[in-house]
Design a protein around this ligand. Sequence first.
Ligand SMILES: NC(=O)c1ccc[n+]([C@@H]2O[C@H](COP(=O)([O-])OP(=O)(O)OC[C@H]3O[C@@H](n4cnc5c(N)ncnc54)[C@H](O)[C@@H]3O)[C@@H](O)[C@H]2O)c1
Length: 254
Amino acid sequence: MKRLENRTVLITGGAKGGGAASARLFVSEGARVFIADRDGDAASALKDELGQAGFEIGAVCADVSTVQGAGLAYEAACAHLGRVDVLFNHAGIILVKPFLDCTLAEWDELMDNNAKSAFLMTRLVLPQMLERGKGTLIFTSTTGVRAVTHLEALYCASKAAMHQMARAIAVEYRDQGIRCNLICPSFVRTQHGEHEIAQLRNYGVFASESDVNAMQGRICEPEEVAEVALFLASDASSFVNGAEIFVDNTFTAV
Ligand SMILES: NC(=O)c1ccc[n+]([C@@H]2O[C@H](COP(=O)([O-])OP(=O)(O)OC[C@H]3O[C@@H](n4cnc5c(N)ncnc54)[C@H](O)[C@@H]3O)[C@@H](O)[C@H]2O)c1
């Protein structure tokens, strides 16, 4: 029995990195997957790649940090999937910058992409989950909510906002069949992670290969994030709710 047989999954930021790795893993486990990503070319490329492997996924180019984009993502997902059993709020962005150089526009950009996007998507999807009395929400957070990285004040603040919102949703809707959990990765080998490490190096902050290895043994692979997402999306995690799963190989344990 495949672990996500007959389950429908909407992944925001699903075209690249950990979201794409999850889409690949989820379809192989029997899920019907829809991805919403503002990088339309990457979304089409993943759709083609999976199509050639015999899997059909749906995709839409949408910026889920806006009311219109989130609405488009939700409508397109419902048209393709019929219903959304699992919402994976994975889309997010990074900013590496000294705190005093950060602008109000950057504050808004980080909050919009990392916190408001998850709010917009969740409030669209949750009502139909409540009608069915069952639904699974997964949010991608970061180790930065526990052990902050230098020069990432706005990133950590925006992730912390979405992080506590997710835990509050778990508490509020537990008795109506909703599970809501968090994945908190350290450095992952994706465009986001590689850009972050390069920026830290530019500023002369740790992040050499040996620094990363000292903190977490080695870089995390996107497939290792996807395996945790699979666990949280499946019934194997039926009693896991409001949890923060650190995918960091001791980064936050030290
Ligand atoms: N890579 C890391 O080291 C790392 C560590 C901790 C947490 N994270 C979190 O993982 C998530 C994504 O990172 P990744 O590592 O998979 O990176 P990635 O850059 O490979 O993928 C992110 C995807 O999200 C999409 N996206 C971003 N903002 C969007 C928006 N507003 N609307 C639609 N799509 C949007 C991008 O186009 C991209 O395809 C983020 O939430 C990030 O905070 C990453």
